[in-house]
Design a protein around this ligand. Structure first.
Ligand SMILES: NC(=O)c1ccc[n+]([C@@H]2O[C@H](COP(=O)([O-])OP(=O)(O)OC[C@H]3O[C@@H](n4cnc5c(N)ncnc54)[C@H](OP(=O)(O)O)[C@@H]3O)[C@@H](O)[C@H]2O)c1
Length: 227
């Protein structure tokens, strides 16, 4: 199995990289830096998804593409600027579409599976999430649309996590009080670990998930469904 993990160098993506390697997969990681994974046996492509992504055009047959770059840009509505919305859209939606387009030939050749990341804040209304929820909502629409368009050769799914302990979420978990409050807000009384989310992403790119496409899967400690 050969999988391209865009943003496979930190957080959830790094956990995907490690799990895929454990399962014997060939892993290609594309990100801006590889400092945290330089010890791992992966092919590393230095790439900014906001710039040129043509390096991923000729990777041969691909069985999976996991797209991890994303934002948590939380502000009251009247402090969000047009630029905030555009920046979130560029990283979450345009970045993903550019990467899928660049890798599509390889994905079609490998009967591949694409995994995108939304957020719990699309299905569950949360204050201060207007910009990120708008972008991630678009990504959920993109997931279903591409899943229909690429079937049966390429599957496309999306995972919607709640707060997960990664570099991206550091500002929300950087002291005991914040961590405890976040844990208590979740019905399962803890925040996510990168492995909680990565294990689903790795499942979705595997043959075991070969009849799953067009889904948005919540992994959120019960946040989106339980009182
Ligand atoms: N953590 C949470 O609480 C949470 C909650 C809901 C949804 N999510 C979503 O889950 C996904 C993964 O989140 P995470 O917490 O694992 O994020 P993270 O800790 O920020 O890791 C993101 C990865 O993407 C890479 N990346 C970021 N910007 C990039 C760019 N412009 N070009 C290329 N690579 C880039 C990073 O590496 P470099 O910096 O080296 O480029 C890193 O490997 C995101 O889409 C996020 O929105 C996360």
């Amino acid at each position: 199995m050969k999988v391209l993990v865009i943003g496979g160098s930190k957080g959830i993506g790094k956990a995907c990289t490690e799990m895929l390697l454990e399962q014997g997969a060939e892993v290609i990681v594309a990100a801006r830096s590889n400092a945290e994974i330089s010890h791992l046996p992966v092919e590393f492509l230095e790439m900014d998804v906001l710039a040129d992504v043509s390096d991923i055009e000729d990777l041969g047959e691909l069985n999976g593409l996991i797209y991890c770059p994303g934002s948590i840009n939380l502000r009251p509505f009247n402090r969000l600027t047009e630029e905030d919305y555009l920046n979130d859209f560029q990283l979450n939606v345009i970045g993903a579409t550019k990467c899928i387009k660049a890798a599509l030939k390889g994905l079609k050749a490998g009967n591949g599976s694409v995994v995108l990341f939304s957020t719990v804040a699309v299905q569950q209304g949360m204050a201060f999430h207007a910009s990120v929820a708008a972008s991630k909502g678009a990504l959920e629409g993109l997931t279903r649309s591409l899943a229909a368009e690429f079937a049966p050769s390429v599957r496309v799914n999306c995972i919607a996590p709640s707060l997960t302990d990664t570099p991206l979420a550091e500002a929300l978990l950087n002291n005991d009080k914040k961590r405890e409050a976040s844990e208590q807000r979740h019905p399962l009384k803890r925040v996510g670990k990168p492995e909680d989310i990565a294990s689903m992403a790795v499942h979705l790119v595997s043959e075991n998930a070969s009849w799953i496409s067009g889904q948005v899967i919540s992994i959120d400690g019960g946040m989106s469904r339980l009182r």
